[in-house]
Design a binder for this molecule. Structure first.
Ligand SMILES: [Zn+2]
Ligand SMILES: [Zn+2]
Length: 376
């Protein structure tokens, strides 16, 4: 089959690789109909992880079940399914607690597996024609047949649940205010989820005009950090208190207004932009190793986070990647009911064969390439 293969820093190619096959009775094979490029794929693409050449990318996958292992009972050939980016077993202690992002059995001795991602186990990515899905009864989310809502459903594998998870980590309640740092696809999904949950004001901090416009289009308040201190802008619009809750949807490649990387700048601004006793949800990615970090401490995941200020404000913080499965069924039903259309973030649809060009344009932050879906 054809698949997007990581070749070297800033280089992917669409190549022929071995077809996946049923390896365990609990597997199914899915013919991919839509898969998406994620900002976290760029971390690997840019050489900012320890990803090795040859890895097939793609953790935001959906498609049609083509082949079913003998031990699968719920999923049938022909089912249209979304696959949470977390590969999980369904029976370990963490899965039973709905913490599927930290599954204990799929990637030992680590907690958590994913498709097509460095350090997340042997699961080939889905930016390809076919995908092997382990523990299929547990991992497949069944969608209505046909091709309606295709790009909305494509957001269910990662970014819609991840954005929603940010609001859960931040413990957002109806009527509260929230500030979301980062208006990339995940930040926009966090803002969108906050709107769905009835936040009274949703601030979105970024500096890219197109992203801020998209945030405004869903009813959020854009905060341009290149036009002035984002903390001041948020505090000024919340009676001098700061927002009730906050989300970091940026992660370790955060930049200051002038453009240079400062890995802890968003975390520190979040502490300042959220009120005393507020709660922070951190879904932006932080890694224990970053080969391209601006200094040696950051290269080992040690950032200059202002713990003193955080403590003084009596805030709480929730961190970590989302458990897509904890939310994807409800979010699917919002899409079916016409209450949510997360595909508003999709900026471009391209054939799988054009993935290398799409990666290069996305990497250059070219307009229109903020959320690319690939069609095999
Ligand atoms: Zn993703
Ligand atoms: Zn598990």
């Amino acid at each position: 089959m054809r698949a997007v293969v990581y070749k070297d820093v800033n280089s992917v190619a669409v190549e022929q690789v071995d077809d996946p096959r049923i390896e365990a009775p609990t597997d199914v094979l899915v013919r991919i109909t839509t898969t998406a490029i994620c900002g976290s794929d760029l971390h690997m693409y840019e050489g900012r992880t320890v990803a090795e050449t040859g890895i097939v990318f793609g953790h935001e996958n959906m498609g049609i079940v083509e082949e079913v292992g003998s031990g699968v009972s719920r999923i049938r050939k022909g089912d249209r399914v979304s696959l949470p980016f977390n590969v999980a077993c369904g029976f370990c202690r963490n899965c039973l607690a709905q913490k599927t992002a930290f599954c204990l059995t799929v990637n030992p001795p680590y907690a958590g597996g994913a498709y097509g991602y460095v350090g997340m186990g042997p699961y080939t990515g889905g930016q390809a024609e076919y995908l092997r899905v382990p523990f299929a009864d547990f991992n497949c989310l069944v969608l209505p047949p046909g091709d309606e809502h295709e790009n909305d459903f494509a957001m269910l594998a990662d970014i819609f649940p991840t954005g929603y998870h940010a609001t859960v980590l931040a413990d957002l309640n109806p009527g509260e205010t929230i500030v979301v740092f980062g208006a990339g696809p995940v930040g926009l999904m966090a803002a969108y989820s906050a709107m769905l949950k009835g936040a009274s004001k949703v601030f979105v901090v970024d500096k890219v005009p197109g992203r801020l416009q998209l945030a405004e289009s869903i009813g959020a308040i854009p905060v341009d950090f290149s036009a002035g201190d984002p903390v001041e802008q948020v505090v000024d619009q919340t009676d001098g208190m700061g927002a009730d809750k906050g989300v970091d949807a940026v992660g370790y490649q955060a930049t200051a207004a002038e453009g240079e990387e400062q890995p802890a700048v968003v975390l520190n601004q979040l502490v300042d932009a959220v009120r005393h006793t507020g709660r922070l949800g951190v879904v932006g990615l932080y890694l224990p190793q970053d080969p391209g970090a601006p200094d040696e401490n950051a290269a080992n995941g040690r950032l200059l986070f202002n713990v003193g200020r955080f403590f003084e404000k009596g805030q709480k913080m929730g961190t970590g990647q989302a458990d897509a499965k904890a939310y994807n069924a409800q979010l699917r039903d919002l899409i079916i009911a016409g209450r949510a259309t997360p595909s508003f973030v999709v900026s471009k649809e391209v054939p799988l064969d054009e993935a290398p060009d799409a990666y290069a344009r996305f990497d250059r932050r070219e307009e229109g390439y903020s959320k690319v879906v690939l069609k095999p």
